[in-house]
Design a protein around this ligand. Structure first.
Ligand code: SAM
Length: 429
């Protein structure tokens, strides 16, 4: 008796008996993209298996080649678009799909925002186990291109050749030569041209010794670099960054929020979530150069800041004292250790914690210490919804309610998304 034929969600004809059969590497198949996963790849299905395909978007009908097969999913490379999604647009950059910097230039900007909102909802439902998480619409970047105030380029030196300056390729770790980047401020592109000229001149004169590969940070000149440490950006240099009519100093090699056009809105979201009345003690954990501290301290009774980067902490203290703020104290060190050895040991009470950890999120000891500290509110800022959802789940288990998630599109054209989350301690309600 012939086995029954069936049709999968994409209209693929498949033999029920063989439906479990995994596709082969190198096999070409046609699929329809249903959504875009966090990380940037489009998701389609073939024979019931989820397939991730970079540089596609929901609504695309594409021919793909299978590049990797696992038990529960496969990966593919797009060969051709059979029917384009209505959400497709023309990328601005000629290096798009080759350069590893951007993943969404082929997607209309308003749809990028919808995709990112859905990714935050998905992360909090799946990883955070939060039914119907309170996710707001994404705050758009006023500039979908030319928004980055800082970029890090790679330089490779090979004897007898001109140096190559660019970003890493999407597919491997080779450097794609970049002459102009569409997402950085134009002044960064001008600095890139100047840097290339400088390096070519050094190379023509016969560069001796030195590393084969280097990284260089270029900042936009909106804030005018106070000290330019030169091509390699030696430690000790400072950069000045304007935010909401104030000027902050930050270490040249250190962290500063990348989207110059949106950083003010991000600070406003944090101010709103803190809702300070002037009576609170605030802890700005992972404070960097004191961006949030600067705008919160004057509305708080007292503010403490903690960061592992000693140079950033030094900048934070200077940024606040320059504004005449005297109710702030900063600590250089690991957040978990300082919470345990300084705050919990001395029974220093804290009403509000602003938590802005790196992409990996908070360690268990930080979450444990927060449970003991018991602030009434935690404002958790993150550029990674997966680790944020994981940590928020633990905070909810410790008695916090997730009140609000405000995504902010600090990184248009890329897979990244920033989120300001607000949690309140349950017994306050
Ligand atoms: C995402 S940045 C946030 C900086 C700051 N809130 C801002 O908006 O400019 C994360 C910061 O965490 C700091 N950091 C990373 N790991 C740390 C740790 N274990 N303890 C303290 N600070 C840490 C980094 O130095 C960096 O300044």
């Amino acid at each position: 008796m012939p086995s029954r034929m069936t049709v999968d969600s994409n209209g693929e004809k498949m033999n029920k008996k063989n439906a479990w059969k995994l596709p082969r590497i190198g096999q070409k198949v046609e699929i329809t993209i249903e959504s875009v996963a966090f990380g940037g790849s489009g998701i389609g299905r073939f024979a019931g298996l989820v397939i991730f395909v970079p540089f596609t978007v929901d609504g695309d009908r594409v021919e793909i080649e299978i590049t990797e097969v696992r038990q529960s999913y496969a990966k593919g490379r797009m060969c051709r678009i059979l029917k384009p999604s209505p959400f497709r647009t023309v990328p601005e950059c000629s290096l798009y799909e080759r350069c590893g910097g951007c993943q969404y230039q082929h997607i209309a900007y308003t749809h990028q925002l919808e995709i990112k909102k859905n990714q935050v909802i998905d992360a909090f439902e799946r990883i955070g186990k939060h039914p119907a998480p309170p996710v707001r619409d994404v705050i758009a970047s006023p500039m979908p291109y030319a928004y980055r105030g800082k970029a890090e380029f790679h330089i490779s030196f090979k004897s007898g050749r001109l140096p190559v300056i660019g970003y890493k390729e999407a597919a491997d770790s080779r450097i794609v030569p970049v002459s102009r980047c569409a997402i950085v401020d134009e002044s960064v592109n001008r600095s890139l041209t100047a840097l290339r000229g400088k390096l070519n001149a050094i190379s023509a004169a016969g560069r001796r010794g030195g590393k084969k590969e280097e990284r260089v940070i270029l900042w936009s000149d909106t804030g005018k670099a106070a000290v330019d440490p030169g091509v390699s950006g030696g430690r000790g240099g400072l950069v000045m960054r304007p935010v909401k009519e104030k000027m902050l100093r930050a270490p040249f090699q250190g962290f500063f929020q990348a989207n110059s056009a949106l950083v003010g809105s991000m600070v406003d979201s944090v101010i709103r979530a803190c809702a300070l009345t002037g009576k609170e003690t605030v802890l700005d954990a992972y404070c960097g150069s004191g961006l949030f501290s600067l705008f919160l301290a004057s509305s708080a009774r007292q503010l403490f800041g903690v960061d592992a980067d000693g140079e950033a902490v030094h900048c934070a203290a200077e940024n606040l004292s320059k504004e005449g703020i005297s109710n702030a104290e900063f600590f250089a060190g690991d957040v978990g250790e300082i919470l345990r050895h300084t705050f919990l040991k001395t029974q220093q009470s804290v009403d509000i914690v602003v938590l802005d950890p790196p992409r990996i999120g908070c360690s268990s000891d930080v979450l444990e210490a927060l449970k003991s500290l018991g602030p009434a509110r935690i404002i958790y800022i993150s550029c990674n919804p997966a680790t944020q959802a994981r940590d928020v789940r633990r905070l909810r288990d410790s008695g916090y309610i997730l009140r609000d998630l405000q995504p902010i599109d600090m990184f248009p054209q890329t897979k990244h998304i920033e989120i300001v989350g607000l949690l309140e301690r349950e017994n306050r309600i």
